[in-house]
Design a binder for this molecule. Structure first.
Ligand code: NDP
Ligand code: 8X3
Length: 251
């Protein structure tokens, strides 16, 4: 049986999650790559072979998450590192005209989804007295911007959950960290603008955003500190950003 670390990355089919998957694989870990789009996960498996276990799952669905994580092949447990990354923003409209469906998608994915996955993984970590959870928050959890009330609220909730988790597992040896990126060019804006490429592209115009690999670099660094060290949180900006909406565009 392999002794390589087992890492579960949610939202592994794209962006930061995919980059984290590849960065952990490059370090010799084995990665359970979870997301809804099976074909993207199959592609990861085709590229990286049996070091990747594709796991099609919708993190919003607690029963599905529990069934999927409860029936992992024996050599894919225990999970050493969980990267709670699956998430999205939906819409940029003012709250008084926004579609409540957008709120549900964000709350259900970014908050309930993170809890659903953690609920399946944390108890085993606490029992074994080892493990590391890295939650992906956002600079948006530390402030708020027009048209971002609910997204920012979900990321503020992630920050509260991270802190509370750390208190709850205190003394067990389990580590809880959070990485808060600023602007990262992924499919995030395309999803936010419902597939509309022009506004999605405009978000990154005139500046050099972070890449998903930049974030993965930090996540793997956080997860590779000695067992007695907890990097509690990291805020990561591109050089042209100093806050939500505070950007220098150079064009
Ligand atoms: P992407 O849209 O590129 O990736 C999002 C990932 O989340 C996809 O793999 C998607 O997979 C997965 N996902 C979404 N909904 C679900 C679901 N219900 N169940 C399982 N997986 C799901 O965006 P990013 O990589 O940028 O986003 C990753 C995280 O980083 C998010 O939490 C986001 O809030 C956060 N973040 C992003 C920033 C940015 O500027 N890009 C900045 C700060 C934080 P699939 O659709 O296949 O299910
Ligand atoms: C994503 C960054 O500024 O688009 O979390 O909200 S932002």
């Amino acid at each position: 049986m392999s002794t390589a670390r087992v890492v579960l990355v949610t939202g592994a089919s794209s962006g930061i999650g995919r980059a984290c998957t590849e960065a952990f694989l490059a370090e010799g870990a084995r990665v359970i790559a979870a997301a809804r789009r099976t074909e993207r996960l199959a592609d990861l498996h085709a590229q990286h072979g049996d070091a990747v276990l594709p796991l099609t799952v919708d993190v919003r669905d607690r029963a599905q998450v529990s069934a999927a994580l409860g029936s992992l092949p024996a050599d894919w447990t225990p999970i050493d590192v969980l990267v709670n990354n699956a998430g999205l923003a939906a819409g940029r409209g003012p709250i008084h005209t926004d579609d409540p469906e957008n709120w549900d998608r964000m709350l259900d994915t970014n908050v309930r989804g993170l809890l659903n996955v953690s609920a399946c993984v944390l108890p085993g970590m606490v029992e074994r007295g080892s493990g590391h959870v890295v939650n992906i928050g956002s600079n948006a959890g530390r402030e708020v911007y027009p048209g971002g009330a609910v997204y920012c609220a979900t990321k503020a909730a992630v920050e509260r959950i991270t802190r509370g988790m750390r208190m709850d597992v205190l003394g067990s040896g389990v580590r809880i960290s959070q990485v808060d990126p600023g602007m990262v060019e992924t499919e995030f804006s395309l999803v936010r603008f419902d597939g509309d490429e022009a506004p999605a592209k405009a978000v990154y115009e005139g500046l050099t955003p972070l890449s998903a690999a930049d974030v993965a670099d930090v996540v793997t660094w956080v997860a590779s500190r000695p067992p007695h060290v907890v990097v509690a949180d990291v805020l990561l900006y591109p050089v042209d950003q100093a806050g939500s909406g505070r950007v220098a565009r150079r064009s």
